[in-house]
Structures are given as C-alpha cells and as structure tokens.
Write a protein that binds this ligand. Structure first.
Ligand SMILES: [Zn+2]
Length: 247
C-alpha cells in the first residue's frame, strides 16, 4: 500500500469525479461577468477573448492542468491536426515531469502558469499567490515570446488577485467558451459545445489535459471549425488583435 497521496499524475482520469453541471443561467451569468470585466480592464490585466466582431476567424484552444502522462498523446494529436494551442500548466506537475515544458514550446505551442498546487487564487494570501505563480513561471522556458500568462485554477479570481498579478506583469487569462469537458466524458457532447455557431471568431476555448474523451472530441471539433474557415492560434496571438479584429 502506498503511503503517498495520489496526485493528478497517477490517478486515471476516469476515476476522478466529474465537476458538477452548471445550469444554463449560471453559465450565462459567469460569461456576462467575464465579458463585462474584460471590456472594463486592459488586456494587460485580463484577457478572455478578442471581440467577436473581428474580421479574422481566429480562435485559441487552451488546455489546463498538465503536464501529465497523456501529454505526449495530446501533443501528437495536435500535430496531426495541425493545431497550435496554449497550455496552462500546474507547477507541481511540471516539477514531476522534468523538461516537459520545453516540449510544448518546441512543438509550437504557448505555455502559461496555472498555479503551483491548483489552489483557488482568492483563497491565498498575497505572498502565497505570488509564490505559487512565480515558482511555476520559473519552470517555464525562457525567454518567453509573449506576455507572462496565468490562468487561475477553476477560473476563480478577485479584484485583488487581478491587481497583484498585473503588478507582477502577469496577464490573467480566462475563457469565453467552456467545452464542458470536465463535466462530461462523452466526446459527442464536447464536440457539440465546440460546434461552429457556438464558437465565434476571437473566442478562447477551455479544455483540459489528461482526458481521453477530450482528445477524441478534438478531431471532429477542429475539422468542423476549420471547414467554416477558422484558424487556430495561441492566446498571445489572439491578444494582438485590435478592437477591429485585425492582427
Ligand atoms: Zn485547473
């Protein structure tokens, strides 16, 4: 019997409990709050997608919670699809997987931090918050081509965390489309969530690593979006679009 505590690295994904299903109202409310804040605050503080009125059909796929045992499969799947994405990585996972961060970047992807231990940012003291973020950042490849990106675990943030992170030159990155891949293990449901019509130009799409059903959904979802003329870019590339949607 192992005395160590199981981590995301040694737990099979289908053994983990699914996140509770959010009501449609809760989803719309969260989205409206996020969009309102993103309109009020500069992109150097908070980014949750480019304007949907943009002329380019560019979206950013983002994957949270890696690296893990399935990361090589995920990178291979994205290579096959010809998609570059942005990965928000957990510091403790990075420390356990050697030079994995460099592998994401060498395959053309962008990386950002997701906290050291996946604790809710608003629950941390100012010192703890910066410690979580800086220790993770130190394991990411440097020099970074774009701004320092960080995604708060579960998307939980406060005015205090936004300001503290911005003062330390981190952009807090949320999302505008939730694939729901932590609430279902059915690839068809995820594919529906990412169908053209639900995903719009300028969107940032939330996905998770270590989930075979997410990879299974990707091929159909990417194919359908690409057939409608969508391009897949990194978060910092999407951030460069101006308010008229031009890069
Ligand atoms: Zn997470």
């Amino acid at each position: 019997m192992s005395l160590s505590t199981p981590t995301a690295l040694d737990r099979a994904p289908w053994e983990a409990p699914l996140a509770p299903v959010a009501s449609r109202f809760a989803r719309l409310r969260a989205r409206a709050r996020c969009e309102a804040l993103a309109r009020l605050l500069p992109r150097s503080v908070l980014f949750a997608g480019a304007p949907r009125t943009g002329r380019g059909k560019r979206v950013a796929l983002t994957f949270d919670d890696g690296p893990d045992a399935m990361t090589p499969l995920c990178l291979d799947a994205l290579d096959t699809l010809g998609v570059r994405a942005t990965f928000f990585l957990i510091g403790a996972n990075l420390a356990a997987t050697g030079d994995m961060a460099a592998k994401y970047v060498s395959r053309g992807h962008e990386v950002g931090g997701h906290g050291w231990s996946h604790q809710s940012f608003p629950s941390l003291s100012p010192y703890e918050l910066l410690d979580e973020v800086e220790r993770t950042e130190a394991l990411l490849p440097s020099p970074r081509l774009g701004p320092k990106l960080v995604r708060p675990p579960r998307g939980e943030f406060s005015a205090g965390t936004l300001l503290r992170l911005a003062a330390a030159e981190y952009v807090t990155v949320l999302w505008s489309v939730d694939s729901d891949d932590c609430r279902t293990r059915d690839p068809r449901v995820i594919e529906q969530r990412l169908a053209p019509g639900r995903v719009h130009p300028g969107d940032v799409v939330l996905l998770h690593e270590m989930q075979p059903w997410t990879l299974e959904a990707l091929r159909g979802a990417v194919g359908a979006l690409r057939a409608k003329g969508f391009d897949f870019v990194t978060v910092s590339e999407l951030m460069k679009e101006d308010i008229h949607g031009q890069a």
